[in-house]
Design a protein around this ligand. Structure first.
Ligand SMILES: C[S@@+](CC[C@H](N)C(=O)[O-])C[C@H]1O[C@@H](n2cnc3c(N)ncnc32)[C@H](O)[C@@H]1O
Length: 245
């Protein structure tokens, strides 16, 4: 089983990855994403939507919202939260490569480092190829991930994060395969229990991502260091690509 197709993993790490603050942040990010797109948006597809943090934000803007994700566990969270808020969204439980939308979209998003997971590079390219096909003319694909330049600059052998609920997460990231793959080990200490999770995914430079987007058909891609349109430089926190069809 691929590491990302493991509901037990998402369940264990849910409280760290998707805490209350992260949902509040996502609402703010949705405004920033619409501003980045800079064109009228009525319909949005969030590829790898997880627990629906951004679906909620977009639905609150009265947009027509679709989310697709491989994790039934995370989609259940999304469905419950969307229901509780009296919002509506189409949720699809599917691998991104099996998903076949019945419509086209004005905006497609892939957020919070959800790109590059497939071990076969051609499959990651296919995600972009599909996104291009699924966009209306003039629409945008917005990817929010971290870039190879950033990782190479800022990687720490061991990184520790303490959460409000008392959880402590230790990370031991490395760049392997000529710095093409970001491989990480998480050790979560919760009370007197520890949980361990290893994962890895491709990490792209800004230029590599632009090349892939061009191969998919996108004509113009803008690169930023955050959803707030800061520069992609050594101070950048994220690699954000805004690709227009
Ligand atoms: C880091 S989480 C981000 C979730 C969401 N975008 C957010 O910002 O909260 C990565 C997500 O990618 C989903 N995912 C991973 N591989 C996938 C695949 N092949 N097809 C669909 N979803 C996938 C996971 O289930 C998970 O929800």
């Amino acid at each position: 089983m691929a590491w990302y197709d493991n509901n037990q993993m998402w369940e264990t790490f849910y409280d760290c990855m998707f805490d209350v603050d992260s949902f509040a942040l996502a609402i703010k990010q949705c405004q920033q994403i619409i501003s980045l797109a800079n064109h009228p948006v009525n319909s949005v597809l969030d590829m790898a939507c997880g627990p629906g943090r951004h679906l909620i934000g977009f639905a609150q803007m009265d947009l027509e919202v679709t989310g697709v994700d491989l994790s039934g566990y995370l989609l259940n969270h999304a469905a419950n939260l969307i229901d509780q808020k009296g919002l509506s969204a189409t949720l699809v439980h599917s691998d991104l490569l099996d998903f076949q939308p019945k419509q086209k979209f004005d905006l497609i998003t892939n957020l919070f480092t959800s790109f590059g997971y497939y071990p076969n590079p051609a499959d990651n390219q296919k995600v972009l190829d599909n996104a291009y096909q699924w966009l209306n003319l003039g629409g945008s694909l917005i990817i929010d991930t971290f870039g190879k330049e950033q990782v190479a600059h800022a990687i720490e052998p061991v990184h520790c994060t303490e959460y409000d609920n008392g959880d402590i997460r230790f990370e031991r990231p490395v760049l392997v395969d000529h710095m093409n793959i970001y491989a990480n080990e998480w050790i979560l200490v919760r009370g007197n229990q520890a949980y361990r999770w290893e994962y890895e995914h491709f990490v792209y430079s800004a230029k590599e991502l632009i090349t892939m987007l061009e191969k998919a058909g996108f004509k113009a891609t803008q690169i930023y260091g955050s959803l707030e349109k800061t520069d992609y430089d050594l101070a950048a926190e994220r690699l954000v690509a805004v690709a227009r069809k």
